[in-house]
Design a protein around this ligand. Structure first.
Ligand code: FES
Length: 68
């Protein structure tokens, strides 16, 4: 999976899921490691699997990364 260079210009330390301390960078890494959907990202790094509050944000971010 090739990500656009602009993906790396954002702050990868930005927290998406405080429950599991998952950052934008973690989601990007999951995609680089082969995840091709939000479901696969979720399976790989557990994002959204505790309280679920981050789900929408994480999903939107993942979709954005996968579509570009
Ligand atoms: S903030 Fe992600 S599961 Fe709670």
């Amino acid at each position: 999976m090739q990500l656009h260079p602009w993906c790396y210009r954002m702050n990868p330390e930005k927290m998406i899921c405080p429950c599991y301390k998952i950052t934008k960078g973690d989601i990007i890494r999951a995609i680089e490691n082969g995840a091709t959907s939000f479901k696969e990202v979720k399976e790989a790094i557990k994002v959204g699997k505790a309280c679920g509050k981050c789900k929408d944000k994480a999903k939107k971010f993942t979709k954005k990364m996968l579509n570009d």
